[in-house]
Design a protein around this ligand. Structure first.
Ligand code: COA
Length: 154
């Protein structure tokens, strides 16, 4: 029974102690990963930083900034070996609930046009594209645009 419970995915708040495990995933899933400093700054700034655990390990994490009625999804990542099993969608659903609980009226995010998985996830959750930021991201051969997406929460 307890072994089964331990295998159930659960969310908890991220702490600095999690950063080694998070950086392993971050470096694995992004060609241009965040640094430990980016996560530390997010924790220090009081952003909503969550980890998703299953089978005793961190399998995903996210960072959301909520201010002035707006939520900004800054990071949402699932470890490669746990992808395509519905955890990204579940975690996004969880974050939308957190944002609503904190009275955010909209959630915004930026995603690379080349990120097929990310865009697919966000479109299927109801996000719409509202603008493009030219040359926003570093890319292996220069810069890549960011697509800005928005979801009404109320
Ligand atoms: C984007 C990401 C979080 C999706 O997590 P996931 O757990 O694999 O996604 P899910 O299994 O919940 O899939 C949800 C939907 O996302 C889309 N999707 C996920 N992976 C996809 C892929 N490889 N190709 C196309 N669409 C994909 C699909 O619409 C999918 O719905 P479906 O299964 O009904 O087709 C994950 O791929 C990831 O961590 N990628 C690296 C980090 C990243 O790019 N994060 C987003 C930054 S903006």
């Amino acid at each position: 029974m307890s072994a089964l419970l331990n295998d159930l995915p659960r969310y908890r708040r991220m702490t600095a102690i999690d950063l080694d495990a998070i950086m392993d995933i971050e470096n694995e899933v992004y060609p241009h990963p965040w640094t430990p400093g980016n996560f530390n700054d997010s924790l220090r700034s009081g952003y909503h930083c969550w980890v998703l655990e299953a089978a005793g390990e961190i399998i995903g994490y996210s960072v959301v900034m909520i201010a002035a009625d707006e939520a900004h999804l800054l990071n949402l990542s699932i470890a490669s070996s746990w992808q395509r099993r519905g955890y990204g969608r579940e975690m996004l659903k969880f974050l939308l609930k957190v944002a609503r609980d904190f009275d955010a009226g909209k959630m915004y995010l930026e995603v690379r046009p080349s990120n097929i998985a990310g865009r697919g996830l966000y479109v299927s959750a109801g996000f719409g594209e509202i603008a493009t930021r030219r040359g926003y991201y570093p890319a292996h051969d220069g810069r890549e645009d960011a697509v800005i997406m928005e979801l009404e929460l109320k």
